[in-house]
Design a protein. Structure first.
Lengths: 343, 130
């Protein structure tokens, strides 16, 4: 998607959505990150009406190709709006264009957060104490998101598939189906999925989970959180999935000793979460979800590689992402044998 | 096929040229894309040098697990994945230990080719786990 020649169309859409006659849009640049979506920095001015003002914003639209697990923009907009309403630090969602008639693909506009998202850059910018404080804050933010439960969820989230105590069986079936859609067999992942089923602790709670809550998917400025991003995979799940995903070795960006996202200690992260929930984190449950996290990341990485290999979206970045599944295989072979049943 | 210099030599020279004359002059997106290209070259070099040998070794390992001919590597991998899914390697049995040895050896070979640094940081964790 190139926006450079579509600023007037976007401005006209925003004017309509904001209930005014005139809006102006300046397209600044495409933002880094977002392997599946395209993010553009834009400046918006709304002349009058209830949303009059200047907006430093991001236009987030679908990329040329995607992967099956990723929600389309309208659904991601509903998820980010629900998180925003629950007090989670996310960019304020502003306007949704679900039809694709304005730029050729659906998009939404949200406030632009300041700071760094890119994992390795963020890690380099943090002193250990600041990293622990950020990990603690992220734990507390996650607790806010997990307060959204199926029984009291807004109607806008009714599209989310319901899950229950059979979550692991459902997940295993989904993963196997995903593997069947890939061109090459994956013996390590087949073995890991079996172990995921065999070692699963009972599911006790279902909440709205980010499902890609990790370093790289939030922004921080001077060590302070400015926004949690990328709700394209969110859905109902066991809250421990988010805790385990954040701590998984594959998301520490080389800082393997800083177990919470490569930025801080596991203790700081769980303390933040506990401060938000008022309940102790079950370490064994967290470690189960942490150990199985590479299964899902490997499948996503393979699907990304296939976007390139199939010719849908030729990209060296996607091709190399596909090869990252080998790192996940290695992690699974190293970590899963250490887990005990119910731990 | 090409006379000397061969594909491996060409890749080596391309890699050297980018490292010595290009990377240091770049910033931002251009540097990012050049580093990605260098990574791809490094992986392709290992594949050219060791890919055939690694595939042969993997097929031998799978055949040893079954003690019967399984056809080519693609067929052997397919059979192995299907049998794992069908739970024909019961956890905690000597057969599963042999399976894990096989999977670990194959994965370690692949990881050495695509990201040996990851393995170094891991301290060869998977090999010590089985």
């Amino acid at each position: 998607m190139s926006l450079s020649d579509k600023s007037q169309a976007v401005a006209d859409f925003i004017a309509r959505a904001a209930g005014t006659k005139t809006a102006t849009v300046a397209i600044l640049n495409r933002l880094g990150g977002g392997a599946i979506q395209e993010n553009w920095a834009i400046d918006v001015a709304v002349a009058d009406g209830p949303q009059a003002g200047q907006y430093e914003a991001v236009l987030r639209g679908d990329a040329v190709s995607g992967i099956a697990e990723s929600w389309p923009r309208a659904k991601e907009y509903a998820l980010i709006a629900a998180a925003h309403a629950a007090g989670v630090t996310v960019p304020q969602p502003l306007w949704l264009e679900p039809s694709g008639s304005v730029t050729g693909r659906p998009f939404y506009v949200m406030r632009r957060a300041k700071g760094i998202a890119q994992g390795r850059r963020l890690l380099r910018s943090l002193e250990p104490e600041a990293g622990d404080a950020l990990a603690q804050r992220l734990g507390a933010e996650l607790a806010k998101l997990h307060r959204i439960r199926p029984a009291a969820a807004p109607d806008t989230l009714s599209f989310l598939p319901k899950v229950g105590s059979d979550l692991i069986a459902v997940r295993a079936a989904h993963y196997r189906k995903s593997l069947d859609a890939l061109p090459e067999p994956q013996p390590v992942l087949e073995w890991a999925i079996n172990r995921m089923e065999d070692l699963a602790p009972p599911i006790e709670t279902i909440a709205l989970c980010h499902r890609d809550f990790r370093t790289g998917n939030y922004m921080a400025e001077n060590g302070a959180l400015t926004a949690i991003l990328d709700f394209e995979f969110s859905g109902w799940s066991d809250p421990y999935e988010d805790l385990g995903w954040f701590c998984a070795r594959c998301w520490r960006f080389g800082a393997v000793d800083r177990e919470a996202g490569g930025i801080g200690t596991r203790e700081a992260f769980t303390a933040g979460y506990e401060s938000g929930t008022g309940q102790s984190v079950d370490d064994a449950r967290l470690r189960y979800w942490e150990a199985i996290a590479p299964i899902r990341w490997a499948i996503i990485a393979l699907q990304q590689g296939e976007r390139h290999a199939s010719g849908q979206e030729p990209s060296l970045d996607l091709a190399l992402t596909g090869l990252r599944a080998i790192e996940c295989d290695y992690d699974l072979l190293a970590e899963l044998p250490k887990l005990k049943k119910g731990s | 096929m090409l006379p000397r210099p061969g594909a491996a030599d060409l890749l080596k020279m391309a890699e050297q040229g980018l490292q010595d004359h290009v990377v240091g002059t770049l910033e931002g997106e251009a540097k990012y894309h050049t580093l990605m290209a260098l990574r791809a070259i490094a992986i392709a070099k290992v594949e050219l040098e060791e890919g055939v040998k690694a595939d042969t070794a993997e097929l031998k390992r799978i055949q040893a697990l079954y003690d019967e001919p399984l056809g080519d590597l693609a067929a052997a991998r397919k059979r192995l994945a299907a049998d794992i899914r069908a739970r024909r390697f019961e956890p905690g049995t000597p057969r599963e230990v042999r399976l894990l040895d096989l999977l670990t050896a194959t994965t370690a070979t692949r990881l050495r080719a695509v990201n040996i640094k990851y393995m170094v940081r891991r301290g060869r964790g998977a090999e010590s786990a089985v």
